[in-house]
Design a protein around this ligand. Structure first.
Ligand code: WTA
Length: 678
């Protein structure tokens, strides 16, 4: 089965309705998008790191002589032992290897912190804003270094060493940065788990990564609500013997259960520790971190990133794509549990010695002007967020924005899902005052850092298009048959040839890594996304073409969701699709077949939503639960999701070839039930 489905899910631009109408909408949208071009402001280009001419020159160099190009980029890092060979790579699944700078050695935390101390010890590294307005902290580079060294010594004293895994389950507080840096200082490997995930999701990740220590907090705050992090942590580690110790940051100060011998208070342990910890020398290809992400099958994948290649790609690209200059204040609103934050909130700014804003809360609390007040307060120059948040803030109108002075902004960034042109224009005009380029950067947990992006001083913006390849990246639009298409085209988003920041494997499952990314289209990395390329060579991501749903920029695997629902005692079977959602991009639509004699009640619907919330996370909770006495299957018993997807989008006509359906009346029944609920 070719992975690319033209009727696939994913694009929030697709409106519900009859299919011919939908196609007409898409076409008119494309024409509109293509004719709308926002040139690079000349004064911006004049001081940018990369202008149009530099882009052309550097891109050509990076493709014609990748080793030469990346060798120059690698000089950005401080090495302990310089490398002698730049790359050794092959995407052939029978002879697969991706190695960059392999015989060099270094330490990540030295690159992120120590080397900035001479000039910046007293300068701010982080402006932190708490969930509650008025609660804020400034962390200088010197303080950050002190905390990192102390925590590194604490970890060492707990027996954590090179290659051991440290799990981090923390809210967006400076300690998360400290925890990551302390881990890599001693050559250990971090795995950050989103603090909105349930105890069960945390447990699964600990079980897979065999983490030795867990760093968490007593409680977390988000949007005025408290989350019981320590309680979740206790539940998660109860049956996980790999965890020897739990370090607890005091965030709320609430009384929480404490297991003497196993648990330590972060503040007490770090105060007692020595303020200098010798950084451990690691190899370029030693693992730096593991980050779990949803895939097409049930089990989350632990993608493994290695040290030097990742740091080179994340660090150099961050500076270029956001056109950061010394003194600029940068703010990414991403949660620390996602790759966006790893590369472009933490590692990117840290490697460059940049001052960043960290905000613990949500944009809508206490009111819809919260983000804008933070931009004004810290005179933020570069602001990086996600389309879903913009769409929800747009609904509040311009008044909350107008209350604040956003004139410090110079560059805006968008990531996580395709940005619809309406949100793009609002971001550009209302937030950016019409003067700030929008850096719509496309990449993935797997790619480590950016792949497609309009570099702001070089590439004119077209709303909704991630535009052009980053240096060293060779995008290909590939047909379902595996043919690389030329010129304007539509197909599967693939990349040919390696780049330093790409993930090296899936933890414990290299087979799955090769099968998922390199087997579908031999010789290329397959992203799982659909893409179109226009006559100017601009790329527009069309959304996922596999069984991954992108809800508010968060990846959820349909199988993972279905297993969670099916584990409810009243449920016989479930099928999940992502439907077009105005704010979230995609919403979770669950078709649920109940066990015989189970009543189809509103209470049960609510209970199923709650069930998924508790088992995965609130993000995963189904927006719509549709009762289905049976699911449409073919004679082999495979669920025909294509049909369920159309019904979820209220598109009740033209189901294509339905001759494979084992029982056609099932579809009619579901349609009738859906219509009755509209
Ligand atoms: C989607 C986040 C369109 C895409 C960095 C991808 C995007 C998935 C964009 C990866 C963008 C990310 N335009 N789609 N600018 N950025 N995506 O691993 O579907 O959390 O495959 O990495 O998000 O999500 P992940």
């Amino acid at each position: 089965m070719p992975p690319y489905k033209t009727s696939g899910c994913g694009s929030p631009w697709r409106t519900a309705g009859r299919l011919p109408q939908r196609i007409a909408n898409i076409q008119s949208m494309r024409q509109m998008v293509q004719s709308e071009v926002y040139p690079v402001p000349p004064e911006f280009a004049a001081r940018a790191h990369v202008d149009a001419a530099a882009y052309e020159r550097l891109y050509r160099w990076s493709i014609e002589d990748p080793d030469g190009f990346w060798k120059k980029e690698a000089a950005f890092l401080d090495w302990i032992k310089p490398f002698t060979e730049v790359s050794d790579t092959s995407f052939d699944v029978n002879n697969f290897r991706v190695r960059w700078f392999a015989d060099g050695t270094l330490n990540g935390s030295v690159n992120c912190i120590d080397r900035h101390l001479a000039a910046k010890a007293d300068k701010p590294a982080v402006f932190w804003e708490g969930d509650t307005p008025g609660e804020s902290r400034v962390v200088t580079w010197g303080e950050l270094a002190d905390k990192v060294n102390r925590l590194a010594n604490v970890l060492k004293s707990l027996g954590v060493g090179k290659g051991d895994v440290v799990a981090i389950y923390l809210p967006v507080i400076p300690e998360v940065m400290v925890a990551m840096m302390a881990t890599i200082r001693i050559g250990a490997v971090h795995t950050v788990v989103f603090s909105g995930f349930s105890a069960e999701s945390l447990e699964n990740r600990i079980a897979d990564s065999k983490a030795k220590v867990l760093i968490t907090a007593d409680e977390g705050f988000r949007g005025g609500r408290i989350s019981p992090l320590k309680r979740n942590a206790d539940d998660a580690v109860r049956n996980q013997p790999s965890i020897e110790h739990v370090i607890v940051v005091r965030r709320s100060g609430a009384e929480v259960p404490f297991t003497p011998g196993r648990d330590l208070w972060y503040d007490e342990a770090t105060e007692a520790a020595d303020p200098w910890c010798e950084p451990v020398e690691v190899g370029a290809e030693d693992p730096l971190f593991i980050l779990y992400t949803s895939g097409s099958t049930g089990k989350p994948k632990g993608l493994v990133h290695t040290t030097a290649g990742y740091l080179v790609h994340a660090g150099t690209s961050w500076r270029i794509i956001f056109d950061w200059h010394e003194g600029d204040v940068f703010w990414s609103t991403a949660d620390v549990g996602w790759v966006t934050a790893h590369s472009y909130k933490l590692y990117g700014p840290l490697l460059n010695g940049a001052t960043t804003v960290m905000f613990e809360g949500v944009p809508s609390w206490p009111d819809a002007s919260r983000w804008w007040s933070i931009i004004e307060k810290h005179r933020v120059n570069i602001f990086y967020t996600a389309p879903t948040a913009l769409r929800s803030l747009m609904r509040e109108g311009e008044a909350p924005v107008r209350k604040h002075d956003l004139s410090s902004l110079r560059v805006l960034g968008s990531v996580g899902e395709p940005i619809n042109p309406e949100a793009w224009r609002w971001f550009h005009s209302v937030i950016g005052g019409g003067r700030c380029p929008i850096v719509d950067n496309y990449w993935q947990t797997e790619t480590g850092a950016v792949t497609l992006v309009p570099i702001p001083g070089a590439i004119p913006n077209k709303p909704g298009m991630a535009a052009k390849p980053y240096f060293g990246i060779r995008p290909e639009v590939v047909s379902p048959e595996g043919v690389t298409l030329e010129g304007p085209a539509e197909g599967n988003m693939c990349f040919r040839g390696s780049w330093p920041g790409q993930a090296r494997t899936i933890l414990h499952d290299h087979e799955r890594f090769l099968k998922t990314y390199f087997a579908p289209f031999p010789g290329r990395f397959f992203s799982g996304d659909g893409v179109t390329r226009d006559e100017d060579g601009y790329y527009r991501i069309a959304g996922r073409v596999d069984d991954v749903i992108n809800v508010s920029g968060h990846r959820l695997g349909t199988v993972e969701l279905e297993s969670a629902i099916a584990s409810h005692p009243a449920v016989a079977e479930a099928a999940v699709v992502g439907y077009n959602h105005d704010v979230k991009g995609q919403g979770v639509f669950a078709y649920v077949t109940l066990k015989a004699d189970m009543p189809e009640t509103e209470e049960l619907r609510a209970e199923i939503r709650q069930w998924v919330r508790a088992r995965i996370s609130p993000i995963a909770s189904p927006d719509i639960v549709q009762w289905a006495p049976a699911l449409p299957k073919n004679r082999a018993g495979k669920i025909l999701r294509r049909i369920l997807l159309k019904i979820a989008n209220n598109d009740f006509s033209d189901f294509g070839d339905t001759s494979t359906l084992a029982d056609a009346s099932v579809v009619e029944d579901i349609i009738a039930r859906r219509k009755a609920e509209l």
